[in-house]
Design a protein around this ligand. Structure first.
Ligand SMILES: [Zn+2]
Ligand SMILES: [Zn+2]
Length: 206
């Protein structure tokens, strides 16, 4: 089995307030499964802000990237202050949330707009430096054709948004990316390019 090149939207038991996370979904188990070459954990900032260094140390100890999921502008100030390597950002269709995206971009760290179709983000108002997520948990619940007008103006990231071990895959999200003709952007390309699976030509006999 070939691992996926990257998966940067994964929750673990650090997301205490998220009832979809099962107790077995530990950082240790996610690391052991190793479904992607570059794995980033992105627990909800509300759950980890009190002791971010403990969270970050736990994630780093398994060689994983340290992200966090930020619930809009209300949490932008706290998000700026923590030592995350990248942000997943909830951008609802509110003036302040678009401003919050600008605020996070000013840190110089990557800002991924999380599941924009579900949050009804108006992508015309999102700064073009943001990355847009295609998310395996949610993308099939919306009309993903709404993303097509934006494929030339943004870079895209494919994620699982896994809360449970068997969600650690991107099968639907990758189908959508193929349909839209999107090549995903790798945030840590030096690490992800090493063992990339080679695409098999359609119809080729193995
Ligand atoms: Zn989310
Ligand atoms: Zn999430």
């Amino acid at each position: 089995m070939y691992p996926l090149p990257q998966d940067l939207h994964i929750h673990t038991t650090f997301s205490r307030s998220d009832s979809a996370v099962v107790p077995e979904q530990t950082v240790e188990l996610v690391a052991a499964i190793g479904h992607a070459q570059v794995i980033g954990i992105s627990d909800h900032l509300e759950s980890i802000v009190e002791d971010f260094p403990t969270y970050a140390a736990a994630v780093r100890s398994y060689g994983l990237k340290v992200g966090t999921e930020v619930s809009g502008a209300d949490w932008a100030r706290e998000a700026e202050a923590v030592e995350a390597q990248y942000y997943l950002y909830h951008c609802r269709d509110r003036e302040e949330d678009y401003r919050g995206a600008e605020q996070l971009l000013a840190t110089g760290k990557p800002v991924i707009i999380a599941h924009p179709l579900i949050l009804e983000t108006d992508l015309r108002r999102v700064p073009p430096e943001c990355l847009i997520e295609i998310n395996n948990r949610y993308v099939w619940r919306s009309n993903w054709e709404l993303l097509r007008p934006f494929i030339a103006s943004f870079s895209f990231v494919i994620n699982s948004d896994a809360h449970q071990p068997h969600w650690l895959n991107q099968n639907v999200a990758r189908h959508v990316a193929r349909e839209l003709g999107i090549a995903e952007t790798l945030l840590f390309p030096d690490e992800a390019g090493l063992r990339r699976p080679q695409p098999v030509e359609p119809g080729k006999k193995l």
